[in-house]
Ligand binder design. Structure first.
Ligand code: GDP
Ligand code: MN
Length: 378
């Protein structure tokens, strides 16, 4: 999960990393709250805003109001701008790049830093990779002062102690929040010291069980800000964190994993059918996920047949069958359901399905053919 800039900066502030003072604006009316001069920063989950008109310096209240109105109607790289971080304008003398991340080559945490920070860092990385310093961190000993001192010297940063503290705090975020990347670009040196003018933070979703409250808060803020057009099915899927992509056909599908899901889509296509969606349960599903996934895909009014394709590995088929049964019991009216089931606890699962009047199929191709034929008949 990628945090929005304002969320990453809130976390930075909790770790005593200096960030500019700022407020989040989500409607044109709130522009009056902005103290000028200010910098308006589009909140979107993609980078490169500086080069695409997503960052605007404004001098007066009128400019601020006009800027807010403009930005709130814009998209960047296809992402609608969902809010604006209005920050005090910082006088910049130099832009540095600084990040801590996990390096796939060494399988270790690493510090990356450059004197050539700012909006052209990707170009620098491509054309002058030697301008980017890389220091691997031994996870058993952590960051040593001499490493930070060396980097500060190379970058030409005067206050070594301040820089060392900053690097340690970034590393603390990496470890404590299970982040995979903590990036400041640009890091700027001002008369008040070093300030993180931008903040990028990626956290590992799989560690959610360790950060329940924090991740839930971040996700909720993002969902609340999200203004993309949402159907009922998309809204439900998002709320339940179910992988769902709407398509334009009439055969709703749910697979127990991504691979099975892609195969199912291909087979539907080969049979001349059209899928109403893509949905997969992530390879370790249970009755609840199954039940909720059916509710998601059938919230799409175009769905005329439901095809469930399962290759039970880690996922137990008796659990999955219970989920399907729960759905059927809770809904009096439903569309025809075709299930292909095999694998772990298959016999128990099939018995449950027969009890609710669904004859499970063993053959994937036959299941798809049946679903396509039914979809054609309605
Ligand atoms: P990104 O392009 O999406 O990474 O957005 P950034 O937050 O990094 O901003 C892009 C650029 O805008 C920075 O590299 C700065 O040059 C400029 N910028 C952002 N905030 C300020 C500010 O407060 N003062 C000044 N002078 N420039 C800023
Ligand atoms: Mn940036």
């Amino acid at each position: 999960m990628r945090l929005l800039e304002f969320q990453a900066k809130q976390l930075f502030a909790q770790y005593a990393i200096p960030v500019p003072r700022g407020i989040l604006i989500t409607s044109p009316e709130e522009a009056a709250k902005i103290k000028t001069p200010a910098v308006l920063k589009a909140q979107v989950a993609v980078g490169g805003r500086g080069k695409t008109g997503g960052i605007r310096a404004v001098e007066t209240a009128e400019e601020a109001a006009a800027g807010v109105k403009d930005l709130l109607q814009m998209s960047i790289k296809g992402y609608p701008i969902c809010g604006i971080l209005a920050e005090e304008k910082v006088a910049i003398t130099h832009e540095f790049y600084l990040s801590v991340l996990y390096d796939k080559k060494t399988n270790s945490p690493m510090i990356m830093a450059s004197q050539a920070g700012g909006v052209d860092i990707e170009q620098v990385a491509r054309e002058n990779p030697e301008k980017i310093l890389r220091q691997t961190i031994d996870p058993f000993i952590g960051i040593q002062k001499y490493t930070s001192r060396y980097i500060a010297k190379q970058l030409g940063i005067g206050n070594v102690q301040e820089f060392a503290t900053l690097v340690e705090r970034l590393y603390a975020i990496l470890l404590e929040c299970d982040a995979t990347l903590v990036e400041i670009n640009p890091l700027v040196e001002t008369s008040h010291g070093l300030i993180a003018l931008d903040a990028k933070l990626l956290v590992d979703d799989k560690s959610g069980f360790r950060h329940g409250d924090l991740f839930a808060k971040i996700r909720k803020e993002q969902n609340d800000l999200d203004k993309g057009p949402r159907t009922e099915a998309e809204r439900l899927a998002k709320e339940r964190e179910i992988t769902y992509v709407a398509l334009d056909g009439n055969i709703a599908m749910i697979a127990d994993g991504a691979g099975t899901g892609m195969l199912t889509l291909d087979l539907i296509q080969d049979e001349g059918g059209r899928s109403a969606n893509f949905c997969e349960m992530g390879g370790l599903a249970n009755a609840k996920i199954m039940n909720e996934s059916i509710e998601v895909v059938l919230a799409n009014p175009r769905a005329k047949v439901l095809l469930i394709t399962l290759i039970g590995g880690l996922t137990r088929m008796d659990e999955i069958a219970d989920g399907i049964a729960q759905y059927i019991q809770a809904h009096t009216k439903t569309i025809p359901i075709v299930v292909r089931m095999c694998g772990t606890q298959e016999e128990a699962g099939k018995a449950t399905l027969r009890n609710i009047g669904i004859e499970p199929l063993n053959d994937m191709a036959k299941a798809v053919q049946a679903a396509v034929a039914m979809a054609r008949a309605v």
